[in-house]
Design a protein around this ligand. Sequence first.
Ligand code: ZN
Length: 418
Amino acid sequence: MNENVLDKFLRYAKIDTRSSEESETTPSTQKQFNLANLLVKELKEMGIKDAEIDEHCYIMATIPSNLPNNHPAHSKVPRIGLVAHVDTSPDVTAENVNPQIIENYQGGDIVLPADPTVVIRQAENPALQKYCIGHKLVTTDGTTLLGADDKAGVAAIMKLAEILVNNPNIPHGDIRIGFTPDEEIGQGTKYFDLKKFGCQYAYTVDGEMPGELNKETFSANSGLIKIKGRDIHPGSAKNIMVNAARVASEIVARFPKYMSPETTEGYEPYIHPHSMQGDVASATIHILFRDFKTEGLDLQKKIVENIIDEVRKLYPRASIELEVKEQYRNMSDTLEKHPIVLDTLWEAADRTGVQPYWNPIRGGTDGSRLSEMGLPTPNIYNGGQNFHSRTEWLSVNALEKTVDTLVALVQIWVEKYS
Ligand SMILES: [Zn+2]
């Protein structure tokens, strides 16, 4: 098989692999196996014999080193892992994804054909003007997400595998491939067997524009406020009813607006009440705490505790409890101790002719958890934008640069040890 990276991407994008936050199992949805099993089959067809999938939908495979015994880097160059996730976001439907191709983008808004109210606006997508004039773009038809997050990453790694297998003249050490389920629900590394993966360094291939490299992510906690009120017929409620829904609204109204996702960018932290359910008897508020400085999360918790204390004074008979759980940590804490994993990546991107730059991710990646678990894992762009939405789009030219970057990367590792 010799198939270009776009065609690989289009085939994978059409397979619904939406994960689910409601599920207790791993993978959270069985349909993730539909893509995962196909990937194993294709890896095996390429001649990657050890490609395997486990019961939790984790794929591991090796492209074995092709360095001859007398090569100076033989038995020295570390095993490098490449990681992408097969699931797509639960936020938007992924049924009947129908990708649209724009052959030669020349600027302007993009109206999506199946729902003309969905428009990719140039004003809201500065990357279109900045990077993508003359590019081939892929969009949705307006009714689903595209799934470039992270099928573009999956396609790039599959293309790299095909290139390495077909071109034995490209020197590389052992390359391990890891495809994970459930990244979008924060469970991508739950059953990731680091020992079995056996790599010293790894990279995720998971967004966004050409040259964008990531070594910093948020540190993240989640919070849950549980409120209990007192329900009674409204006709005889005076001085008895305690309306939990009202208490919840009082709390959310007091969240600092200057510290919300909609008012912050770059390195600014936020506290985000992202969902709220409630009636008179009980209410819940789900919160995201995000800060690049891990110690900032303690301050954020304190802010919410103070708000709860204020509201308790207004509703002394309501019960209000806050529970905070750790999610992931800024990967730069680990990565800065391993400059080689960053230097090699920078050099690889640079060698393909794009201008590399480090951009902080206002989110997390599988790499955040993997780095924390001891496997230094920065992130490489995959050419997609507007993830988790119907206006998601992908630059094919950028995705091709991702593949070039990976091809350069495996060789640079060999050079470093030669
Ligand atoms: Zn992703």
